[in-house]
Design a protein around this ligand. Structure first.
Ligand SMILES: [Zn+2]
Length: 681
């Protein structure tokens, strides 16, 4: 599908991808960590090496060298291992269907079972081949004007059609208790950089071949010529689109206006687009990439109708390919997974089925998941940990030497208002409006998209739902939402090695403690700091403090700019800024909380390691991850999270306590003179 991501109200995730679930059984290296009794896998470390040279390897080197990326994945790590476990658990939930379901959720159990069955019916998919999308292709062929095309694009959020403009519904940045519709740049099958970066030309050429292949498969006229035309069209859009780093600025991306004013600034059949998206009567939108939108509208206006129709047809086939016959599935895999992410083998069908049903009806699955796999005691323990982290951050803010008392007061107020969601929602999503059939996969996927979109459209005029969960409980990730000033820690991440009630506290503080600290600091990173305690985008900093913050952040950005995970592909300091600030502050807050927890007693020594040493090793272990080069390349190009190695090394080298714990010397690669260490929170 083209890039339809809109601003989901400044929601930031902990990991580079919402690695819900994906592939493979237990490969070497994916095995659960066999810890040394206190929560750290000593056999995976590389203690013979100097921690000051490469702390990621010091904690993880032996593991890294042994780890084998499963052939049907692009990476392996502690998060992936948990996702693999979840995959098998969810399969069981889906295969058992309504058997054993309590009456209150029998209807959901029937639906998730039917959806899974529809996906698993490979013979039917094979027999139908491209037939399920034939009526949709017919709609494209029948489009006679640019207005008709805009109408089809509008339906993109609830069908397989793409759009040159992404529509989103989320809390209004300036009035976060109500919803707003955002209009953002779209139209691209790849991240913008792939079209305009000479070093990525090989991937762009592979994309052209893939477009041509799909055109041939759906019988679209003159495949080569059509493919070239739409690649030119997308390149023209890419050239005027904002980079992912520019899109992180909440002030620049908040441009409310009437639909009429939008039409004047950027002539386009907006009314038809909005009508297609069930937003016919809408009169106000928030424009995201303000300068790109008029330029994309101009590209649209000058592009021949036949090219626009070909563009819709390709993205329709591309979006539906995973649910069609083998030749479509194979083409989709070969380009998106093998070429773009370096995955060697297609995932087994049941794994793809699990991922699809989980994406469509995640809370129906999550409800069963938490009942089976989550212990209520863990919720109490995490509650307590969050309370300790709050106290630690409060203390750090109070002691900040560079911030004025006026800004500190506001920061403390924001911290006091921070809301926390742990494990699973109190109110489960109602799926009764979603229709699912066990013999019609393509229509089930469309129905799920329609359900998800209409759920948002229908609540547009209601107050923002503060009980809503954006992540599924089974998701191995965490998030911070600036508009709600809240963090979410799903049940999926509240398990070893992130959180292990049986582990040494130092390791828990270094892993789940740093995760909690990270999400807290997102409220105070370069983006989050622009929202107040009620989630309103409004300046609350004195000018001098804002300038000082930016100067400190800029130094961190320059440090990350120097990291080069692959020749010619460097980490982008501006794109990854928010995550890096959150990582650095998160570790410091967690370390303070750990020290506070010891009271006046010294930490015990275990296996010859001090408490602080175990804390930092726990942190390094939580980032155990190995990726294909293609995934790393993709990550440096477009992901706001730096590759895992730098989330360890790039952070600990700025922390004095790590120098003391491991006796890091000026001659060590990670050494920074004290005046060059970044100190923000
Ligand atoms: Zn984050």
């Amino acid at each position: 599908m083209p890039n339809l991501t809109c601003r989901v109200a400044a929601l930031v995730l902990f990991f580079s991808s919402a690695q819900n679930i994906a592939a493979l059984g237990q490969p070497a290296g994916a095995a659960p960590i066999a810890s040394g009794g206190w929560g750290f896998d000593l056999a995976g470390a590389e203690f013979a090496n100097n921690p000051g040279e490469d702390f990621f390897r010091y904690g993880n080197g032996a593991w890294y060298d042994r780890a084998v990326i499963p052939p049907d994945r692009s990476s392996i790590g502690v998060d992936t291992a948990l996702s693999i476990t979840n995959e098998a658990r969810i399969r069981e939930i889906l295969e058992r269907g309504e058997e054993g379901a309590d009456p209150s959720r029998r209807a959901d159990a029937v639906k998730i079972g039917a959806f899974y069955a529809a996906f698993m019916d490979e013979a039917r998919a094979e027999a139908l081949d491209a037939a399920p999308i034939a009526p949709l292709l017919e709609m494209i062929r029948a489009a006679a004007t640019r207005e008709d095309i805009a109408d089809l694009m509008g339906t993109g959020r609830r069908s397989f059609f793409g759009s040159v403009f992404g529509l989103g519904i989320g809390a209004d940045d300036k009035a976060p208790d109500r919803y707003a519709v955002s209009v953002g740049q779209g139209g691209l099958g790849l991240n913008r950089d792939y079209y305009i970066t000479p070093r990525l030309a090989e991937k762009k050429a592979a994309y052209l071949a893939y477009i041509t292949q799909l055109f041939a498969m759906i019988g679209w006229p003159v495949p080569e010529q059509s493919a070239t035309a739409i690649l030119d069209f997308e390149t023209a859009i890419a050239e005027v689109s904002w980079s992912n780093a520019e899109r992180r600025d909440p002030e620049k991306t908040y441009n409310p206006m009437s639909v009429a004013a939008l039409g004047e600034a950027a002539p386009f059949p907006w009314r038809r687009l909005l009508a297609g998206a069930d937003l016919g009567g809408l009169d106000r939108v928030v424009v995201v990439e303000s300068t790109a939108i008029p330029k994309i509208a101009a590209v649209y206006a000058r592009t021949p109708l036949d090219t626009l129709k070909a563009w819709l047809a390709f993205h329709l086939a591309d979006g539906a390919a995973p649910y069609l016959s083998k030749r479509f599935v194979a083409a989709d895999f070969s380009f998106h997974s093998r070429t773009m992410s370096g995955v060697a083998e297609q995932r087994e069908r049941w794994k793809r089925a699990v991922a699809t049903v989980n994406g469509a009806m995640g809370q129906a699955i999550g409800r069963v998941y938490v009942a089976r796999y989550f212990s209520p005691e863990a919720k109490v323990q995490i509650d307590d940990l969050v309370a300790q982290l709050r106290i630690a951050l409060k203390g750090r803010i109070e002691r900040l030497a560079w911030m004025s008392p006026a800004t500190k007061l506001k920061a403390l107020e924001k911290l006091a208002h921070l809301n926390v969601k742990i494990a699973y929602p109190d109110k489960w999503r109602d799926y009764s409006a979603l229709e699912v059939r066990s013999n019609d996969l393509v229509s089930d996927v469309q129905a799920a998209r329609k359900f998800a979109w209409l759920r948002q459209v229908n609540r547009l005029n209601s107050p923002v739902d503060r009980e809503d969960w954006y992540l599924n409980p089974q998701t191995v990730n965490a998030s911070y939402n600036a508009n709600l000033n809240e963090m979410t820690f799903p049940a999926g991440i509240l398990q070893p090695p992130y959180f292990d009630p049986a582990a040494d506290p130092a390791v828990n503080y270094g892993s789940i403690g740093a995760v909690i600290g990270h999400e807290m600091i997102h409220g105070f990173d370069d983006e989050g700091r622009k929202y107040d305690g009620s989630g309103v985008l409004t300046p609350w900093w004195t000018d001098a403090d804002a300038i000082e913050f930016s100067a400190r952040a800029a130094v961190l950005g320059r440090q990350f700019d120097t990291y080069e995970p692959l020749p010619g592909f460097r980490v982008k300091g501006d794109l990854t800024m928010g995550e890096n600030i959150a990582d650095l502050g998160g570790v410091l807050v967690a370390l303070d909380a750990y020290h506070n927890s010891l009271g006046s007693k010294p930490a015990p020594v275990l296996d010859g390691l001090s408490g602080d040493q175990r804390f930092f090793l726990g942190y390094a272990q939580s980032w155990r991850h190995k990726s294909t080069d293609d995934l790393v390349r993709q990550q440096t190009v477009s992901n706001p999270h730096a590759p895992e190695k730098y989330r360890v090394n790039g952070v600990v080298r700025n922390i004095d306590a790590c120098y003391e714990a491991f006796n890091v010397k000026p001659s060590d690669a990670l050494f920074l003179a004290p005046e060059n260490r970044v100190r923000i929170w």
